[in-house]
Design a protein around this ligand. Sequence first.
Ligand SMILES: [Zn+2]
Length: 263
Amino acid sequence: MTRIPVLLYHPVTDDPPAWIAEFAVTPRQFASHLDAIADSGRTPLTIGALTGHLAAGTPLPPRPVVLTFDDGFADLAGPTAEALAARALPATAYLTTGALAPGRPCLLPPAPMMTLAQAPRLEEHGLEIGAHTVSHPQLDTLRPAALRRELADPKAELEDLLGHEVRHLAYPHGYNSPAVRRAARAAGYASAVAVRHALSSPADEPFRIARLIVRRTHTTADVRAWLAGTGARTAPYPDSLPTLGWRLYRRTRALLKGPEFAG
Ligand SMILES: [Zn+2]
């Protein structure tokens, strides 16, 4: 089976805020990962290209790999986009629109962020832009009207800004459910990425594509293992009982306490 690593990055910085430090890598680590990708002989693709091939049934390029960036941290529109462009590496950036303009309600704790006005700059550097909701909620805990808004509003806003359709979504924290996946499809998205800590594959589900979250503690050897198609299980696979129980707990808590950042 073709195993497809879909890597998930957050900020690439030497100086992350404490709340995201676990999921930040340094520019030096990042450059080492990009070297590993070049050495792997894999073909970097955007999510749009990957899911386009899978939907159309056209052959995938040999041994794909996908780089994704969530939220829109400040480095993305600067040195990170430049590092990708210098190596001609395509990637997909999922933007949390509420975090990228001042004065909007957003559950993400404070951090240096890029601005929405910089989104076209990402495209100039070869990044594809997808949506990552407005306020970064746990989508599988929302009531239907709020769920629809969190899916539709960032899509419309990014489309107005970029002048073309935005077809790809990332679930905040990866949290989704059958109802969330149906709502994403109904909102006009063509794919959605989750987290799952697994390699993806051509048989993976287009509305919960598995990604591997890159942590500060991962070594370049870990990244090389994923690029070799090892070091993690391969999606699709069924939800485990602990996953289902955790969702029930989060939903109950959201009903009692209202929306909160999941950490
Ligand atoms: Zn996020």
